[in-house]
Every structure is written in structure tokens, then in C-alpha cells.
Design a protein around this ligand. Structure first.
Ligand SMILES: [Fe+2]
Ligand SMILES: [Fe+2]
Length: 261
């Protein structure tokens, strides 16, 4: 297992198919039902509900016992640190005019263009609040919140306002699949509810960023849950330069399956 502190920005470049830009690849992958993250099959709700009654408790007891709520909360915090830092740094880099003039907004109306900066500030503030809340919940449970890492956004996301908006879309859609895949591993019903209330906000962010990027705001009837280990590892290799803790080992300790019928 590589030591993430030894990994530099060059080494974490994702191998892309020839002729594809990184942001376009990430974007397409995220929007094709989580293909980048391996994505599970979408579930037909009535069948899923029946199967859930038969199998869910047994599966959940088997698979979620090996992971603690503090681990899952720290996994969520790892993603929220990434999102919060992305917007804090990105909005220091790009101002309202840069964002209004981003390529994606060329065909957009005046209302969308004039509001984009303020809405991204609002998303930034949500992410900062998600971080603070998760830190305080982890502490209240007796755990140690994971610290933020060092990210490669200067190379992967901040080349232009257009690239920033494109990567924002990837991160938000990834957040939705991450929460969907993690929630079943939380034992406390109160924390499950808390997790759901963050997941739906991430989905609102994702819909808005989809719209801004000229994609379908709500592309499918069901979102695709993705296993925590898979998301953690993809984010680690895609966006993280180094961490003050062993992130690779932490990712490896997370569940590698989606709990589903
Ligand atoms: Fe968030
Ligand atoms: Fe978000």
C-alpha cells in the first residue's frame, strides 16, 4: 500500500483514454451512472422494497458490524474536506465575472449567469458547515476527526472557470453516490437521518451544477450507491497529493460493497 504522504501531484494523474481530457472523462463517467466508481445496478423500487424486507436486516448485520459509525463519519468528513477546500480555494481564484463568462454559460440566460457566483458561495458555505458539523459529531462520539489533506486542484480544476465548474459537477455527483453507498453502514438511526439530510443537499448541489454545465439536472429515476472504499480510493488517487494520516490504509479499512438486495 503506497504511503499517500509520498505521492506527488504528478504521480496521482489518472490515466485517461487517448483523446480525452481529464475533466471531460470524469464528467462523462460521473454522469453515466457512476461508471468511474463501478456503480451498482439501479433498483426497481417495488422489487427492492420486497427484497429489502427479506434480506436487508441479515445483510446489514453481517456487513456493517465490521465498520464503526465513527469510521463512516470520518469517511464523509474526508469527502467534505475535499469539497469545502475545493470551493474555498476556487472562489478565491475565480470572481463573479470569471464565472459569468465560463464557456458553459455562453448560451445561458442572464438570471443563471448573474447568480452563479452567489450560488457557488452558498454551496461553499454548505460544505464548510458540513465539515464543522461532522467534526463536532465525531468528537461527541469520542472519535478523532480526520484532518484535511493537500489537494491537486491547481493542476486538475483551476485551469479555468470552465474547468472549475466541470470538476464541481463531478464532485457533487460523486458526493451523492458516496452518501447513498455509505448510509446503510451507519448503525445509529439518528445518524442515518442526519446523513440523509446531507445527501439530499448534495443532490441539490449536483442538480444545480448539472444544469450549469448544460446537462440534465436529474438524469435518472434512481441514483447509484457506490461502496465507500471505491469512492475513497478514487478520490485519493484523483485529487489528493498528501495527507497528514495514512489515507490509503483508511480507504482500505472501509466497506468495499454496497448493501443492496
Ligand atoms: Fe457537502
Ligand atoms: Fe456539495
Amino acid at each position: 500500500m503506497p504511503d499517500p504522504s509520498a505521492v506527488d501531484a504528478q504521480a496521482v494523474e489518472v490515466d485517461l483514454p487517448v483523446g480525452h481530457t481529464r475533466s471531460a472523462f470524469l464528467k462523462r463517467s460521473a454522469l453515466s451512472g457512476g461508471a468511474l466508481f463501478g456503480g451498482g445496478a439501479l433498483l426497481g423500487l417495488p422489487a427492492a422494497a420486497e427484497a429489502h424486507k427479506r434480506h436487508h436486516k441479515h445483510d446489514r448485520d453481517d456487513k456493517s458490524d465490521s465498520v464503526t459509525d465513527i469510521q463512516i463519519l470520518n469517511y464523509a468528513l474526508t469527502l467534505e474536506h475535499l469539497e469545502a477546500t475545493f470551493y474555498v480555494q476556487g472562489l478565491e481564484r475565480f470572481d463573479a465575472r470569471d464565472l459569468r463568462c465560463a464557456d458553459q454559460l455562453r448560451g445561458a440566460g442572464r438570471r443563471i449567469r448573474s447568480s452563479i457566483y452567489d450560488y457557488l458561495i452558498l454551496i461553499r458555505d454548505h460544505e464548510v458547515e458540513h465539515v464543522a458539523t461532522l467534526q463536532s459529531v465525531i468528537r461527541s462520539l469520542g472519535g478523532d476527526p480526520v484532518p484535511p489533506c493537500t489537494y491537486n486542484f491547481a493542476d486538475t480544476a483551476f485551469g479555468s472557470a470552465s474547468q472549475f465548474l466541470s470538476v464541481a459537477q463531478v464532485l457533487e455527483n460523486t458526493g451523492v453516490t458516496a452518501y447513498d453507498g455509505a448510509i446503510a453502514y451507519v448503525d445509529s438511526p439518528a445518524l442515518q437521518t442526519a446523513g440523509a439530510t446531507i445527501a439530499t443537499v448534495e443532490a441539490r448541489h449536483a442538480s444545480y451544477l448539472n444544469l450549469v454545465n448544460d446537462d440534465v439536472p436529474f438524469p435518472a429515476a434512481f441514483d447509484t450507491p457506490v461502496a465507500p472504499q471505491q469512492i475513497c480510493e478514487t478520490v485519493r488517487t484523483g485529487f489528493i497529493v498528501s495527507c497528514p494520516f495514512d489515507l490509503a490504509a483508511f480507504c482500505a479499512s472501509l466497506p468495499d460493497e454496497v448493501i443492496a438486495p
